[in-house]
Design a protein around this ligand. Structure first.
Ligand code: PXL
Length: 273
């Protein structure tokens, strides 16, 4: 019998005990999109839909060993980074990825988790600086929301013009492409995508729901899953937006917890991927 390798993706991210965000959202997304999921845990959180009750970072050496163990044996067709939260971990991750990428070029999606769901910065300026220095120059795409883009670019990101400028600026900083998420272009809601030159507006429907916990993680994981399947970047983004919208729609009628509930990742058949 001829054996084959499944398409594989690695997430380097935090654990959310509630299963809504972090590596749990990533692994569910990979599975829903037909991609074998692997994970390197950066931090462990105790959280639910209402609060983060505890957070503990893994030692940098253990994070590096997890990535190395996965890559030296299984390999990966794409990698995503999510919650990292410290310069030490960013340095360890960049060192391992840099050594690997030199011999095995592969897509890297950087989701710069820098703000909480209220839009407040969670970390010191050195963490923002470390993203700029260590991860932006080696990524295929960076996927900040407007607040995160503002921190990375050191400028306000409110209007559509701001989003356009930020997406271009992120590419100038070394990102292969940039998706600045969640803003308004005239009356329409959507994301700004820059391929390194031009910026396009990608319209989305604006769904009324509070069940959005983990939507950014789901989007960036889905982009990684489609890049692993060798879709061009813009096509991977469009498909990932479609999957994320379906997962949000699929949870509109869910009642889970007292705060921002999770998405429904079990929607693969609905979108036909
Ligand atoms: O959604 C961002 C995010 C990423 N990773 C972890 C998280 C969160 C937000 O709750 O907890 C581990």
């Amino acid at each position: 019998m001829e054996k084959r390798q499944p398409v594989k993706a690695l997430t380097i991210a935090g654990s959310d005990s509630g299963g809504a965000a972090g590596l749990q959202a990533d692994l569910k997304t990979f599975t829903a999109l037909g991609v074998y999921g692997m994970s390197a845990v950066t931090v462990v959180t105790a959280q639910n839909s209402v609060r983060v009750a505890a957070l503990e970072s893994m030692p940098a050496t253990l994070v590096a060993r997890q990535i190395e163990a996965v890559l030296e044996d299984y390999g990966a067709d794409a990698i995503k980074t999510g919650f990292v939260g410290s310069v030490k971990l960013l340095e360890a991750i960049a060192a391992v990825l840099g050594a690997y990428q030199d011999n095995h070029p592969l897509p890297l999606v950087v989701d710069p988790v820098l703000v909480n769901h209220r839009g407040e910065a969670m970390f010191d300026q050195e963490v923002v600086e470390a993203y700029r220095r260590l991860l932006l120059p080696r990524c295929t795409i960076v996927t900040p929301n407007r607040r995160e883009a503002a921190l990375l670019c050191g400028q306000e990101v409110e209007s559509w013009q701001d989003m356009t400028d930020a997406a271009q600026r992120l590419c100038e900083m070394g990102a292969g492409s940039a998706l600045v998420t969640g803003g308004w272009h005239n009356e329409d809601y959507g994301d700004a995508f820059c391929d390194g030159r031009d910026v396009v507006f990608l319209e989305l429907s604006h769904l009324k729901t509070s069940n959005t916990h983990g939507s950014g993680d789901t989007l960036s994981a889905a982009i990684a899953a489609f890049l692993a399947q060798e879709f061009p970047v813009l096509e991977a983004v469009r498909r990932a937006q479609t999957f994320t919208a379906a997962a949000i729609r699929g949870a509109v009628e869910w009642h889970m917890g007292g705060g921002h509930g999770p998405l429904n990742h079990m929607v693969r058949s609905e979108i036909g991927y």
